[in-house]
Design a protein around this ligand. Structure first.
Ligand SMILES: Cc1ncc(COP(=O)(O)O)c(C=O)c1O
Length: 436
């Protein structure tokens, strides 16, 4: 660790002070031989688990053929097969095409390029509390200032922002459903007072906020966005980098809301731990950029493509989408029980296996309990569980456990989390524990 601190900039942070030695399924062993249950999955990249056998075998097979050719020089079949698979499996029964790149941020950037090219419009609308990556455009689209934006300006122009349907912290002080989705309807006001729809290429939206704290909007949110944007030629880009591939109990979270975006961005878990991300969308939109306008040296690397095809096989053969729903039920039941017992928990939320709870110092004021969240997470690590926080206020504890974890591993991980939560709860005295 000292050597790392001496050789790597401090900006590249880490959450646990351990070096991984080996991973398998939902278990990580550090270089000292200590075992941890992994409820972080390398930041949501291991929905099929560490060293998924099909993925490892596919990578091994590919290493006998070639490691790189660059699709712009000598195309290869893995890229095409994966594009076909993503075109078939992403929501929307229309003709599609897929571009492959290296990271979620790069995929978001490309989705914006494609949307601008197709519409001939410059502006992009995004949401408060959103996270779309750390490149210039990615961080410009991201809401949270510290640490993602601080000191990194000026940001990309023509980006506009409105509140997300974060009901627990409603920007308008309203309550669902009596609010009648006021926040989503505010887009009409945005069109009048902030940016005219004729200049707007796309709305970029996460179906569930990931880094923003696993906020699940009511499904009407997407209906309103679709009904408002489609007639005005504004495209809808779904950023499924964190929600994608099974986490929410559907291959893509959009399916859970009946939402059909024009462009869908995926990343993280799609290649079982290898760097790969994708933009899939309507053929006519994807084909808007000129020949040579899209790509990159390593985009859709052959090893990553083979790994990604094996990930889809693993999803099918191990029924991981169903598994996510079952796992989500187990986790939700436990978290709801904790909410009854620990006043520190303000809200429990999620969809499928994408589950989290928000810690507050006081249930009335909903003052975020960030230090307590950090302490719970440290307590988990000390008891053998790797788990992450999230949220604009850093007070949300989220579960990104590999979907191959057994019920016993889920129970064990949750009991560690409970013990850590109980230890922290004893040391704080919430002012109002009765109201929720
Ligand atoms: C929703 C979302 N979009 C984009 C990104 C950026 O992905 P990457 O870190 O691969 O660039 C992330 C990463 O956490 C994400 O959660």
């Amino acid at each position: 660790m000292q050597r790392q601190q001496g050789s790597v900039p401090r900006g590249a942070y880490h959450i646990t002070p351990i070096f991984i030695g080996r991973g398998e399924g939902a278990v990580v062993e550090d270089v000292d031989g200590n075992q941890f249950l992994d409820f972080a999955g390398g930041l949501g990249c291991l929905n099929v688990g560490h060293l998924q056998p099909r993925v490892v075998e596919a990578i091994r097979r590919q290493t006998d053929r070639y490691l790189h050719g660059c699709m712009h020089v000598t195309p290869y079949d893995g890229y095409t097969r994966l594009a076909e698979a993503l075109n078939a499996r992403t929501p929307g029964r229309f003709a599609k095409k897929t571009l492959l790149v290296n990271s979620g941020a790069e995929a978001v950037e490309n989705a914006v390029k494609i949307a601008r090219s197709y519409t001939g419009r410059p502006a992009i609308l995004c949401f408060q509390d959103a996270f779309h990556g750390r490149t210039l455009l990615g961080m410009s689209l991201t809401g949270k200032t510290h640490p993602y934006k601080v000191g990194f300006g000026p940001f990309a122009p023509e980006i506009y922002r409105m509140p997300y349907a974060y009901c627990y912290r409603c920007s308008y002080g309203l309550t669902y459903p009596s609010c009648k989705m006021h926040c989503a309807h505010q887009i009409e006001d945005v069109f009048k007072r902030i940016v005219e729809p004729e200049s707007l290429a796309a709305v970029v939206v996460e179906p569930i906020l990931g880094e923003g704290g696993f906020v699940v909007p009511p499904s009407e949110f997407f209906h309103v966005l679709t009904e408002t944007c489609r007639p005005r030629g504004v495209l809808l880009i779904a950023d499924e980098v964190q929600t994608g591939y099974g986490r929410t109990g559907a291959l893509f979270a959009c399916e859970r809301f009946g939402f059909e975006p024009d462009l869908l961005v995926a990343g993280k878990s799609i290649a079982g731990g290898l760097p790969l991300a994708s933009v899939t969308g309507r053929t006519e939109i994807m084909d808007a950029p000129v020949v040579g306008g899209l790509g990159g040296t390593f985009g859709g690397n052959p090893l990553a493509c083979e790994a990604a095809l094996a990930v889809l096989e693993a999803f099918d053969s191990e029924n991981l989408v169903q598994r996510a729903r079952h796992m989500g039920d187990l986790i939700e039941a436990k978290m709801k029980d904790w909410q009854e017992r620990f006043p520190l928990i303000g809200e429990v939320r999620g969809l499928g296996a994408m589950r989290a709870f928000e810690l507050v110092k006081d249930r009335q004021t909903r003052e975020p309990a960030k230090e307590e969240a950090v302490t719970v997470i440290r307590g988990c690590y000390e008891r053998g569980l790797i788990i992450l926080y999230a949220g604009t206020y850093g007070n949300v504890i989220r579960v990104l456990v590999p979907l191959v974890a057994t019920d016993e591993q889920i129970e064990e991980g949750l009991s560690v989390l409970e013990a850590s939560l109980a230890a922290v709860s004893q040391t704080v005295t919430p002012q109002s524990s009765s109201s929720r």
